[in-house]
Design a protein around this ligand. Structure first.
Ligand SMILES: CC(C)(COP(=O)(O)OP(=O)(O)OC[C@H]1O[C@@H](n2cnc3c(N)ncnc32)[C@H](O)[C@@H]1OP(=O)(O)O)[C@@H](O)C(=O)NCCC(=O)NCCSC(=O)C[C@](C)(O)C(=O)O
Ligand SMILES: [Mg+2]
Length: 351
């Protein structure tokens, strides 16, 4: 293990210095597209201003015989598209695949200055991040990349979940972690056949109420444990947690519910797999204007943030002040990028 003194040293001569803190940049939706799919790629310039993150996906959902087309498609899109202040990420193939080495070498040397974050699938432990960390430093040095490319891990194996804390703290490059519910379900031998979301069989039933009385059932959240663990690991290491994909594209209502559970538990965003999911993520991962107005009211009433006051019948103290600061700060960060949201927050405060 490296000495804590060396943690922030570049891992290759000539590589940029690692970041000391993960910069918070809005990433309410990470919009996936297949850069080798001409129809999808053609939509990228129009989608770019409507999303916080665009992600060129090279891994699962790209057929084996389309891997090279996806990789070269991403290089060309990155070179020819003006992304404004929208981030460009990629998901490379898994570390045990025949494609990942060429993915990393090609992308960093050709478009390393355009890439903000590289998402690494099926991360199992710190050793996977260490491998990517050193290789990225070598490639950044070779290509003359001036700022470090950050790394995002997908939590999609049982081993990865068991090691989530060490993954979160494995490198200063670690930007965040997403839940990968489909591979994780397979790895754990869960009996679901879906990409995220609930299952009607995973429920609790009301106690018996008497002969022939119907008993209500309540569906439970299959992902609660994993998301909560992931959120704690990320918060403890100063990186950002994300809900991953919701595969039932037509069920926009359940998608919104699943995203909102993740938002309330501490996640900053989710993936959008289809254009219809972009606005769902935008709505869910932006605090509601009424909540922001309330948070600002509490902050204003609490002065230096200590003591206890009563507002509208509710006790406020140091800890509610801190919660309100989380909401108000996020609102400020998002409003700086999203003028419509800024107007909605300002209007709610006047009410
Ligand atoms: C679901 C699919 C097949 C439906 O695609 P479709 O063409 O059948 O849908 P549509 O409703 O007919 O599409 C309407 C229009 O939107 C376009 N379109 C559609 N999607 C997009 C998009 N994302 N970005 C930009 N444009 C898009 C599409 O090309 C079409 O264009 P057209 O009107 O000109 O004909 C398609 O949306 C898609 O391929 N999405 C991305 C899938 C993906 O990336 N999956 C991997 C991430 S999830 C995962 O990996 C799991 C995980 C984490 O690893 C783990 O849990 O283990
Ligand atoms: Mg997967």
């Amino acid at each position: 293990m490296r000495s804590p003194k060396d943690f922030f040293r570049p891992l290759a001569v000539g590589a940029p210095a690692p970041v000391r803190e993960v910069p918070f940049r809005p990433s309410r939706m990470i919009h996936f597209f297949d850069p080798g799919n001409e129809k999808m790629a053609a939509k990228v310039p129009a989608i770019a201003p409507t999303v916080d993150v665009l992600l060129g996906n090279l891994e699962d959902a790209v057929a084996a015989d389309r891997k090279e087309a996806a990789r070269s498609g991403l290089v060309s899109i990155a070179r020819t598209t003006d992304f404004g202040d929208t981030q460009l990420w990629t998901r490379v193939n898994s570390l045990d695949s025949p494609w990942v080495l060429d993915d990393l070498v090609t992308l960093v040397t050709e478009i390393g200055d355009k890439l903000d974050v590289i998402m690494v699938p099926k991360v199992e432990g710190a050793e996977d991040i260490h491998y990517v960390d050193r290789l990225l430093a070598q490639l950044e040095a070779k290509a003359g990349v001036q700022r470090p490319i950050l790394v995002h891990a997908i939590l999609e194996t049982a081993t990865g979940v068991a090691n989530v804390e060490e993954i979160a703290g494995a490198s200063p490059r670690m930007q965040g972690i997403s839940l990968g519910p489909a591979d994780l379900a397979a790895s754990r031998r869960m009996k679901t056949t879906r990409v995220g979301g609930g299952h009607p069989g995973y429920l609790v039933r009301e106690d018996p109420r008497g002969e022939d009385q119907p008993r209500a059932t309540y569906q439970q959240d299959l992902w609660h444990y994993t998301i909560a663990r992931m959120v704690d690991a990320c918060a403890a290491h100063g990186i950002l947690p994300y809900y991953g994909p919701f595969g039932d594209i037509r069920d926009t209502v359940a998608c919104e519910d699943q995203f909102r559970n993740a938002f309330l538990l501490g996640c900053v965003g989710a993936w959008s797999l289809h254009p219809v999911q972009i606005d769902i993520a935008k709505k869910v991962f932006s605090p509601a204007p009424a909540d922001v107005a309330w948070a600002r009211k509490v902050i204003a009433a609490m002065g230096d943030g200590t003591g206890a006051v009563m507002i509208d019948g509710k006790m406020q103290d140091d800890a509610t002040y801190k919660q309100c600061q989380v909401v108000a700060r996020l609102a400020d960060e998002l409003a700086a990028r999203d003028p419509e949201l800024a107007d909605a927050y300002a209007a709610a405060e006047k009410e």
